[in-house]
Design a binder for this molecule. Sequence first.
Ligand code: ATP
Length: 257
Amino acid sequence: MPHHQPGTDVPALATHGLGLRIGGAQILHDVTLEVAPGEMIGVIGPNGAGKTTLFNLVSGVLRPTTGTVRIDGRDVTGDPVARRARAGLGRTFQTSSVFPRLDVLENVRLAAQMHLGRSLSVLAFPHRRDAATRRAVEHLAEVGLEHRLGVAAGDLSHGDKRKLEIAVLLATDPSVILLDEPMAGVSSSDVPGLSEVIRRLHRSGRTVLMVEHHMDVVLGLVDRVAVMHHGELLAYDTPEAVMSDPTVQSAYLGDVA
Ligand SMILES: Nc1ncnc2c1ncn2[C@@H]1O[C@H](COP(=O)(O)OP(=O)(O)OP(=O)(O)O)[C@@H](O)[C@H]1O
């Protein structure tokens, strides 16, 4: 379902002056970032740069010590994870979050059923299971797993597990999606297929932010790149501009060389 609203000036996601201090350590400092509806952003940076912390602050796992988070213009800084999810924010984690003994269809159907449970009236209750199954099959087709419905999630390859996690996420109908290292642990032969699934998420008009270490994947997929370094946003621009930025080259590429 397209979520892109052409002509709107309100960012799908915006952080302003976001900071996190724990004890004496400034983990994140003054991160201001606007993501337009339908845009796809790659978040890169060396280990410990603050990428996961940024995702935790945006999704509500952590509360910032300074600054704000807005989803579609609404200030969600004080909202817990569940309320942000209802506001349209969906997130995958670095580690797999599917139920390994349940089959592929059941994993997505459960998520769809929970989501529909909130949006359908009590009168529609008997139809909820059917509606959830239909929804689940659609989302599984979107990630290319429609031929694996009866397979136990635990028996899938890492790449297919990641696709399943994305389908579970889609069942909650998010407008802004955070993908935390989607390629982590995925075999190189599965990378192109998973990249294609992520590209399709973007093409469907959803807003996507992705933390990813595979630079070739990031640069080939995203509209803009946010470069984190020592807890700060060092650069935020197109892949071409970021890669030719001398500050980025010395700070980021220098660190990982
Ligand atoms: N709860 C915490 N208490 C103290 N330090 C923390 C805490 N959480 C994160 N840090 C530190 O903050 C910095 C940023 O961590 P973060 O996990 O956000 O980096 P990252 O860019 O996601 O790194 P990686 O690529 O390794 O996942 C690191 O130096 C980390 O050790």
